[in-house]
Design a protein around this ligand. Structure first.
Ligand SMILES: Cc1cc2nc3c(=O)[nH]c(=O)nc-3n(C[C@H](O)[C@H](O)[C@H](O)COP(=O)(O)OP(=O)(O)OC[C@H]3O[C@@H](n4cnc5c(N)ncnc54)[C@H](O)[C@@H]3O)c2cc1C
Length: 564
């Protein structure tokens, strides 16, 4: 809890020139960039759920839960006191409160929201709610500001629906309790549960990116039947207290996708054994385990031998969440930085009025605006209203994940430096955000793998390439730097590139897309600043080092409500 007004009159000196605590605030209504982008791409209906979560997640109480869940990490209990196997992880109560809050606000389910059924005599069919994935991504970004680790199981639970739908009989049983469920932590058979969470276990010791190197084997329970027993291991299995896991294992027909419940249909604990919990750089509230399958019961999901094609549906959706998670981390770090420098003086001026500090902050703010706009646009493509949307989503989520996740660690580091030495201290919130920042670049496809994926999509999917260029086209003629960037990127993507150039292509495509979106829809001054800072000859490597002058006053004015 925040302490009651700390004492400033000390025996030897007065404590002055330090910022007040960052007050509770609505994380959504005070964030002009996210709000504009979410409304633009999601529609006005997203305001209500986002403002509701923004108020809850920005409260002192929930922020404290975030602190506690990370300060008191999960503990593994392999056996009970009599030596019987448990394979259970216990968490601080704050973790459970955060999970319950996240599910109450439907972060895991709003992406699958349907509008009410039509009133035709046949009952009609429910139609999908436009903007539902925008709402999902924005909710996840907001919640991440309070706590990032819980967003791992929430994201996997959300994303699992896309893969489970490849097996309609299993989806019919599991999906209603995933999408319609509340947080119901204790391990029980699914029939007794009010809500379910789902994890994903693909990575093995000998290969993570290259899942074809998996060695786990699946043996049919009955010849030709849908159920199997798995034998093997997974080197990473986050949130091992989920009710079931989507996983990969080989049958005679190749790598196949399976759902492994933690309780077998006969009510026994499944042969899903935890070996140890990972000791991670960050993401401390979330347990990540090494596991083994000891004849673990599993349902096959989707077509035998097409496991990668099935599970990639889940990965496609968790990739969106790596963007949203990065966005949340960026936002919180930026808020802390702007708050600090708005209250701290050095060399006769408040820090935020020092010209170099303004250049740094404006540059950071422009990056945040670009990340918010891109994340919400990509999320809208997940609604899949048109065929073009689907093609665009495949390519753009890879671009967005690559660039946003790569930007975040540097972004957080610069925000941390704005706090001076205090930002480096463990009693500041910055180290937690800094440690959290790199993970979104690693899981769901690490940087090189994503960049190569982009190259492959460009080669194989003409529609994706055309959808990408169509998104850029309307911005032509708005800024000279963008026009040059467009010509260069359009030429490069049409020509194709060697593998060694994959990152070059990914970075330039992502920047051109962000610029186009800001030029078409961004706030005054932000788009031209982005074109100067990221596309022009004056572009810089470090924040605040761009050669051209930008409209820092207008750019920073958009931050003032949320950050002071
Ligand atoms: C905190 C955390 C939680 C995780 N939770 C889960 C989980 O719940 N379930 C799960 O399945 N996995 C999980 N993972 C694992 C994660 O998905 C993998 O670590 C990731 O996919 C990379 O696999 P790897 O570690 O085997 O690295 P490798 O595949 O060995 O890759 C190492 C490096 O080589 C690069 N590389 C790979 N191929 C190429 C290539 N062809 N050309 C150039 N470079 C290449 C990669 O980009 C990477 O930088 C988690 C990871 C972390 C850090």
């Amino acid at each position: 809890m925040k302490p009651y007004a700390p004492q400033t009159h000390l025996e030897t000196h007065e404590v002055t020139n330090v910022p007040p605590p960052l007050a509770a605030r609505n994380l959504y209504t005070t964030d002009a960039a996210l709000r504009d982008a979410a409304r633009l791409h999601g529609g006005d209906w997203v305001e209500e759920p986002l403002a509701a979560l923004g108020a809850a997640a920005g409260s002192d109480e929930v922020m404290q839960w975030g602190e506690d869940a990370n300060r008191y990490p999960p503990e593994l209990h392999l056996f009970d006191r009599f030596g019987r196997r448990l394979d259970e992880v216990t968490f601080h109560p704050a973790y459970h409160r955060l999970m319950a809050l996240a599910m109450e606000h439907r972060i895991h389910s709003i992406g699958w929201a349907e509008t009410s059924r039509s009133s035709s005599p046949e009952g009609g069919s429910a139609s999908k709610q436009p903007g539902r994935h925008v709402a999902h991504a924005a909710l996840l970004a907001l919640f991440t500001q309070a706590e990032a680790g819980t967003m791992c199981p929430i994201s996997m639970t959300y994303a699992s629906v896309a893969a489970l739908r490849h097996q309609p009989d299993i989806a019919a049983v599991w999906e209603p309790k995933i999408v319609g469920g509340v947080y119901d932590a204790p391990l029980r058979p699914i029939a007794e549960k009010r809500g379910l969470t789902i994890g994903m276990a693909m990575t093995e010791k000998q290969g993570g990116s290259d899942v074809r190197a998996n060695s786990t084997r699946a043996y049919p329970l009955h010849a030709g039947g849908p159920d199997y027993r798995l034998v093997g291991h997974k080197f990473f299995c986050s949130a091992p207290m989920c009710d079931a896991f989507l996983t990969l294992a080989y049958t005679d027909k190749g790598l196949s996708c399976f759902l492994v419940p933690r309780i077998e249909p006969d009510g026994e604990r499944n042969g899903f054994q935890i070996l140890r919990l990972k000791d991670k750089l960050g993401n401390k509230s979330n347990a990540s385990a090494e596991i083994e399958y000891h004849n673990a019961f599993a349902h096959m999901i989707g077509e035998e031998g097409r496991g990668i094609a099935t599970i990639i549906e889940m990965v496609h959706h968790t990739r969106l969440d790596t963007m949203a998670g990065s966005l949340g981390i960026m936002r919180r770090a930026l808020v802390e930085a702007v708050h600090h420098v708005s209250h701290r003086r050095a060399f006769q001026k408040t820090l935020i009025d020092q010209p170099v500090m303004r250049a740094v902050l404006a540059d950071l703010a422009v990056d945040y605006e670009a990340a918010a706009m891109l994340t919400m646009r990509v999320a809208r493509a997940f609604d899949g209203e048109t065929e073009q949307d689907e093609s665009f989503a495949r390519l753009a989520v890879a671009l967005g994940k690559f660039w946003t996740a790569k930007r975040t660690p540097h972004f957080v580091y610069e925000c941390l430096e704005c706090l001076g030495g205090g930002g480096y201290m463990e009693d500041s919130p910055m180290p937690r955000y800094y440690r959290e920042a790199p993970v979104n670049a690693i899981w769901e496809g690490s940087g090189n793998v994503i960049a190569l994926d982009i190259l492959r999509t460009l080669q194989k999917d003409r529609n994706a390439l055309e959808a990408y260029l169509a998104e850029l086209e309307p911005a032509r003629g708005s800024h000279g730097n963008f026009d040059k960037a467009f010509e260069a990127v359009a030429g490069a993507v049409r020509k194709g590139a060697a593998e060694a150039q994959a990152r070059h292509i990914a970075e330039n495509m992502a920047l051109a897309l962000q610029a186009a979106l800001l030029l078409r829809h961004g706030a005054a001054g932000v788009a031209s600043a982005f074109c100067e800072l990221r596309l022009g000859e004056g572009r810089s490597i470090n924040y605040g080092a761009g050669a051209n002058s930008i409209d820092a006053d207008n750019i920073l004015a958009r931050q003032s409500a949320g950050c002071r």
